[in-house]
Design a binder for this molecule. Structure first.
Ligand SMILES: [Zn+2]
Length: 329
């Protein structure tokens, strides 16, 4: 295994290369030790071509960036990947990438690159990014939820990602918040994800329309088969009770998760990120009310729950921070 150049002191010109590997695009950046993005490029991920192809094109782009930089040295590469990252950040498994079973993501990348590589789950690195330079930069114990296709979660304790025993901690999207709820694709019922992930919010709005609870929702889905959470949010903002209820339910589920996590971990801040976080006005009142009602630890401190500040830069900065933490430890 390659190790970082701990013996050499980083110069001010040195940089980490970070990758935000999304389902549609991968973004690669050079980031200095103070968290400044020196350069950023993006190319399509093309998951359908398979994981080896994704790794090959990602490494080609990283090499291009390293070769083009006139000053400083690349101290390492950090990658935020969707899915689970196991065992000392060696193995990767993701339902979003074709190919079954574990994939030695880090080893494959290090076979192509002249520098060490560190990988972690995308929500974990986004949480680290927010603690380093974003909405939680004033604290060292924080939790981030990303509301997207699923519900991602990352927990940072004492300034570092909490990875658990095998590396797969913080999967709070699969925390059960309704034991009698809908069947989740993880195999259990009533996970946070089945209420607060964007596709589930859309599904619940669709059901409400079909049940005749809302004429605007019925019309929306009759006209637009692939309506989004954004469309549902617009109807909620116009005051439709059924559409509003979709977001209130999501807020309540998030509030339960916040209450449970902070009762256990006594955190300092929660950050809500991801596309569906734009419906903040619709879900945040019920989220805060529920957290307040369900956790005396939350009540004691009136814990802040805030929106992401870095938005789409959280992953890039967090992945770079991972590299710098290894380098500076
Ligand atoms: Zn689940």
């Amino acid at each position: 295994m390659k190790t970082l150049h701990r013996d050499e002191k980083a110069s001010r010109m040195d940089y980490a290369v970070s990758v935000d590997l999304g389902g549609t695009n991968m973004r690669v950046a050079a980031v200095d030790s103070r968290g400044r993005i020196l350069e950023e490029r993006r190319i399509p991920t093309r998951v359908e071509r398979g994981r080896d192809d994704v790794v090959r094109r990602m490494c080609d782009l990283i090499i291009k960036i390293i070769a083009s930089r006139k000053a400083g040295r690349c101290v390492g590469v950090g990658v935020g990947v969707p899915g689970l990252v196991y065992y000392n950040r060696e193995l990767h498994e993701s339902p979003n990438f074709p190919g079954r079973g574990n994939f030695p993501f880090k080893r494959k990348m290090e076979g192509r690159l002249p520098v060490p590589v560190i990988i972690d789950n995308d929500a974990n690195v986004a949480a680290l990014g927010e603690v380093w330079k974003g909405a939680a930069r004033d604290v060292e114990n924080a939790c981030l939820f990303t509301l997207g296709t699923g519900v991602g979660c990352g927990i940072v304790l004492r300034g570092k990602i909490w990875s658990g025993t095998r590396g797969i901690a913080s999967e709070a999207g699969h925390m059960v918040v309704d034991p009698d709820g809908e069947l989740c694709n993880c195999g259990t019922r009533g996970c946070l994800e089945t209420i607060a992930a964007a596709p589930w919010m859309v599904r619940r709005a669709h059901w409400a329309g079909e049940r005749g609870e809302s004429e605007p929702l019925r019309k929306l889905f009759a006209k637009k088969k692939n309506a989004s959470a954004f469309d549902v949010c617009r109807i909620a903002e116009q005051g439709d009770p059924a559409a509003r209820r979709v977001f209130q339910l999501a807020g309540r589920a998030l509030g339960l998760a916040v209450a449970n996590l902070t009762t256990i971990l006594d955190l300092q801040k929660f950050i809500i990120a991801g596309g569906a976080a734009n419906a903040w006005k619709m879900f945040s009142p019920s989220m805060k009310k529920e957290a307040f009602a369900r956790s005396y630890v939350y009540r004691a401190e009136r814990l802040p729950i805030v929106q992401s500040r870095l938005i789409d830069k959280a992953g890039l900065l967090g992945a770079a921070r991972l590299v710098w933490q290894e380098h500076q430890d």
